[in-house]
Structures are given as structure tokens and as C-alpha cells.
Ligand binder design. Sequence first.
Ligand SMILES: [Zn+2]
Length: 181
Amino acid sequence: MPTAISHAAVAVAAGLAIAPRDVPNHFWPLAVACSIIADADAIGFSFNVPYGHFFGHRGFFHSPFFALLLSIFMTFIFFRDAEIFSKRWFFYFIFFFFLSASHGILDAFTNGGLGIALLSPFSNTRFFFPWTPITVSPIGIKAFLSEGGLMVLKSELLWIWIPSFLIAGILTFIRAIATRL
Ligand SMILES: [Zn+2]
């Protein structure tokens, strides 16, 4: 996995780039939660759930299908004010879907561990993309501190933070111009 803070950076950058300016305050912590929640599956290691298991780390909870369920849950529970099928409702639904799905997609660009079950629950095959530039983060804080955490952060800065905030900056600039026209 990239570290939680880098998944969260994607959430903040995406929100800054495309969220309406008047989203409620709880939008932000929920966006961050959607971007990192998949890694809660690592708790399975403590309960002897094998890595390659359906519910193992990088299994079902890292799939776009789970992202879909999560976005439905988020939209219906936390954004009830948005009228169903309204433009705002679709924004929340699509935003939370892509943000949640971004977790597994980013993980598939990492260079270690088992692959991601991107087709779960239909197939438990684990996938990586052919190009894996992101240095994988060791699981657990202790391992992170002792096994080259700095290298991981450098790699995430280069491949996640800089592109995310560059894209967010460009989109924010375009929006600022568009609202002035
Ligand atoms: Zn992950």
C-alpha cells in the first residue's frame, strides 16, 4: 500500500479540484475516510486471515465493487440533503466511488506484496499494473520505520502527491477562470 497519508492526499486534492465550493464540512473527513478505509482489511493479519484470501489484505475491500457499495452508503447516509438523482447527488455518488476505487488502483501501481483483487467479488485474481513505480510501504508502523520508510515517502511524493496537487492546481485555475467569464 502507499501510506494512508498519501491516499488521503488524493482525497484532499480531488476535493479541492472538483467539489462544489459549498460542500458541508463533513464532506472532507468522509472523503479522507473513503480513500483509506480499504486498508482496514490489514487487520485480518491479526486474525490469521491469509493475505490471498477473499477478505485478505488487498482482497474484496480493495475492489471497485466495494467502492461502489461504499459510495452508495456514503451518499445515502451522510448526504441525505441532496435530492436523489439531482446533480449534487450524482456528484457525491460518483466522487465517493472514484475516490474509494482510487485506493486499489494506486495500490496496483506499487512494487511489492500481493496484487489487488480488482475484479472481486467475481474473481479473486490479484492484479498489478505492468508499470509499478510506487515503492510499496511495509505493513505496520514498526516495519515502516525500520524498512526504508523514507524511500517510500519519497516515491509517494513523486508519484502521488506531486501529480495529485498539480492536477488539482490546474483544475482550480481553470475553475477560477471559468467563473470569471
Ligand atoms: Zn491498500
